[in-house]
Design a protein. Structure first.
Length: 256
């Protein structure tokens, strides 16, 4: 299917690996121009090599509004336009009620949520011109809870709320805003977490067995396929939606 994404300039925070990296590769396959906002040198360079000049790697962490402003200005200087934004970067940092402080909580929320707003804010004028699309990558933890990760879950829930809020606010500009909600996706970050258990293989098998469809984890490429669709003209009348790509994990009975 031709998604008509050729030459579209799409920003992706955390775009060098995991879900973001899979989205960047998918955009390259479609002839789009991914802007990879990620400090990861090795993975970013691999994507640039794959892109053969049709990508941009900005090695930045989005810790402040100034960082996001700088990224948007860099993109406009190189390409002169922005057609889409994928807010993706974040860390499940384990700041909970019992194992954190109010200061830790606020830092966690800002680290996982702030740049979603900052990038959208500074990219907005360009998105108005292109009638572009915003895609927020959230998490099933915003729906199910997880335990001991209050900051991350608060940010992920807010991302879902902002998806609906921005979809309403940006209707006059024909800018569509949607959210993807993954559950268990075996990214490098997830693999690192699995290794923290005494028996990583057993833990991975246990988690996979809970996913109703095929008893396996979702791949980053499966998340990316839906992301590309939502960014494309094929999804031209879809906005304000929370779309679960999770093998039924969030909503189907665990007894299945």
């Amino acid at each position: 299917m031709d998604l008509h994404l050729q030459e579209k300039v799409i920003l992706i925070s955390g775009g060098a690996k995991g879900i973001g990296g899979a989205i960047a590769k998918g955009l390259l396959d479609e002839g789009a121009i991914p802007v990879i906002i990620d400090p990861s040198e090795k993975e970013g360079q691999e994507l640039l090599t794959l892109a053969k000049g049709k990508a941009l790697h900005l090695k930045k962490r989005l810790f402040s509004p100034e960082d996001a402003y700088s990224v948007v200005q860099d993109v406009l200087q190189v390409y002169g336009r922005i057609d889409g934004l994928v807010n993706n970067a974040g860390t499940n940092d384990g700041v909970g009620l019992e194992n954190g402080s109010p200061e830790d909580f606020l830092k966690s929320v800002e680290r996982n949520l702030g740049h979603y707003y900052y990038l959208a804010h500074y990219a907005l004028e360009s998105l108005k011109k292109s009638k572009g699309s915003i895609l927020n990558i959230s998490s099933k933890t915003a729906i199910t809870g997880q335990g001991n990760t209050s900051g991350y879950v608060a940010a992920k829930g807010a991302q879902l709320a902002l998806t609906r809020e921005w979809a309403v606010e940006l209707l006059p500009y024909q800018i569509r805003v949607n959210a993807l909600v993954p559950a268990e996706v075996y990214t490098p970050m997830y693999a690192s977490w699995i290794q923290s258990f005494p028996d990583p293989k057993q833990k991975l098998a246990e988690i996979s067995s809970r996913v109703p469809l095929e008893n396996r984890m979702t791949t980053a490429e499966e998340i990316a396929a839906m992301a590309l669709f939502l960014l494309s003209e094929k999804a031209s009348h879809i906005t304000g939606q929370h779309i679960f790509v999770d093998g039924g994990y969030t909503h189907l009975d665990r007894a299945l």
